[in-house]
Design a protein around this ligand. Structure first.
Ligand code: B16
Ligand code: MG
Length: 232
């Protein structure tokens, strides 16, 4: 199918795209695994990216071979991890915004491309406040307002609705496989941020926003004045 729709809205994942909180999630999960008596590697942690807190815990317990856990215990383990995670979040400042992010957001807004956050995190409001980037987004959808976690497309579709854009007019920036999958299910184009092999289903992948100047990136994704001529 030849797509001729112009990109009118951009949707950003938060953890791992705007700020490197993915690292803090990993450290907190690793600490919990340590307390439960097993090791947890960065490779295993890749599966937790983009998925909800409780689902992350379930994957962690599974990797440690721990099965006999009540719902109540699961809630309490997830809360413990979140307390440690929030200790890291307390140290966040605007300097933690990943390189190239602020320049890209400012450029997109200057070209009348609306911007939104689509995150699975319930801590998103705190992260946006500590890093000072909230004013750069027209809408925020996060773990407090969705009922189904990525790879369900709900978070992306809700963001598009708030921005008043059709899914085909949206481009999503994601660092997680579950997020790339969710954005594709929503009928949106996706740019992967991170490892190209892991995010192979994205249209293309950048190791960092520093790799492409904002104007080049916009031309590549089909912004105003250009047409997306490739099939998804
Ligand atoms: P919280 P994103 C996701 O955020 C993280 O990638 C994922 O690792 C985390 O489990 C999830 O948020 C829930 O986060 O425990 O803070 O509610 O990447 O969708 O911005
Ligand atoms: Mg992420």
């Amino acid at each position: 199918m030849l797509l001729t729709q112009r990109i009118e809205a951009s949707i950003f994942d938060l953890d791992g795209v705007i700020v490197d909180t993915a690292r803090y999630h990993y450290l907190a999960w690793k600490r919990l695994a340590g307390e439960l008596g097993f090791a947890f590697s960065e490779r295993e942690n890749e599966q937790l990216k983009g998925v909800s807190r409780l689902e992350s815990l379930n994957l962690l317990l599974q990797s440690g071979g721990i099965t006999d856990v009540t719902d109540e215990q699961r809630q309490s383990l997830a809360s413990r991890k979140n307390e440690w995670y929030k200790e890291y979040l307390a140290t966040l400042t605007p300097a933690d915004v990943l390189p190239g992010v602020t320049a890209l957001l400012e450029y997109l807004r200057s070209r009348d491309i609306r911007t939104a956050i689509a995150s699975a995190s319930q801590n998103a409001p705190l992260i946006l406040e500590k890093t000072g980037v909230r004013p750069l987004f027209d809408a925020v959808v996060d773990g407090n307002s969705i009922t189904r976690a990525k790879p369900d497309p709900e978070v992306f579709l809700q963001a598009a609705r708030l921005l008043g854009a059709a899914p085909a007019q949206c481009i999503v920036f994601e660092d997680a496989e579950a997020g790339v999958e969710g954005a594709l299910r929503a009928g949106m184009g996706v740019v992967g941020i991170g490892d190209a092999q892991r995010l192979g289903r994205a249209r293309f992948t950048l190791a960092s926003f520093r790799e492409l100047a904002p104007a080049e990136l916009l031309a590549r994704i089909g912004g105003p004045g250009t047409m997306r001529g490739e099939a998804e």
